[in-house]
Design a protein around this ligand. Sequence first.
Ligand code: PLP
Length: 420
Amino acid sequence: MQTPASKSDSTPNQSQASTPGGAFESGPDARGHFGEYGGMYVAETLMAALHELRDQYEILKHDPEFQAQFDHDLARYVGRPSPLYHAKRLSDQIGGAQIYLKREDLNHTGSHKINNTVGQGLLAKHLGKTRVIAETGAGQHGVASATVAARLGLDCVVYMGATDIKRQSPNVYRMKLLGAEVIPVVSGSRTLKDALNEALRDWVASVDDTFYIIGTVAGPHPYPMLVRDFNSVIGREAREQFLADHDRLPDELIACVGGGSNAMGLFHPFIQDTEVAMTGVEAAGGGLSSGQHAASISAGRKGVLHGNRTYVLDNDAGQITETHSISAGLDYPGVGPEHAWLNDIGRARYVAVDDQETMDAFHRLCLTEGIIPALESAHAIAYAIKRAAELSPSHRLLVNLSGRGDKDVNTVAALEGITL
Ligand SMILES: *Cc1c(COP(=O)(O)O)cnc(C)c1O
């Protein structure tokens, strides 16, 4: 819903003129709800900061200067637009639907995450903040946050579970190279969910000079909306590129879902194109029945996590449980509230792919297309391979290749008994 104060409705924006809605489309309701999901479940001390962020963002998203700065940074720093690529050899080999890849792996720092951190970094600057904080599990969001903080001259503190620090030492070192301070979290299971709590605790005490950069379409309102908006560049470009090449829209969009930011970024500009199916792929880990997974929609239940109401993975005592996936980036025990809503209203469908299927897809993309995908993205590829086989060659699947696999080479080698 556009605000009455907005003048942007009449401001033509060439590159986005053909898409429904502008760069920043309509959001949740005024209190941040997507149906029964979302909201602001945080300490009272943060409410003022969240309201300020919401109000400032409402102004900036219609501010041509802010938009121009964001577009400029995406073009000159991130390297956008990312290509749309026809995976022809893979498609031919399957003999079913055609598979197209949106190449977010080619962005600076190697994934879609930079789209959002560039946007939130600009917000932090506009709000006059001098310090940013972030939490990270696999370290990818920590690196993307440290990257923009370095570029904008902001102090950066990243909370990371002590267990994750041990598992992800190359990313910890990257953050340090970029000038960030990495604070080990030693409470609880010493992983992402504990780092989330610690970052919120920091923010309560530091909100005057500190901006909290959230890495996915989760957190309290307005984060799910603004992270989605910043990543919607993926879907806007893909939509334009697909129309230019084929003069029609794809039949189905496919993206992996951890918290859900790369998927929301792809889906959002297509939401009103109801003839385009949308499928989110969660991590089934060792199998949904094993309990060793990260599939919050497929196998979770309603609850509150990270300041919003959504589907979460918890136990009967209401404690958030540990997640398991071969890809650290999908290890998030909740999911963005907009996905919970899209699932319930049936606009998007959510499936789960296990570790073995993911590994098979990973190798197959390497060998057929010369692209080493992130293990997160390999979940989407795995589902696309299965789906393509059910369809005829006139069908077109558009898959978000959310990141590159350089970071995963050690994990894959270790699975094959090789130490690099
Ligand atoms: C972090 C990450 C994801 C998962 O995050 P979403 O918010 O679900 O997109 C997926 N792919 C890559 C490459 C990532 O780094």
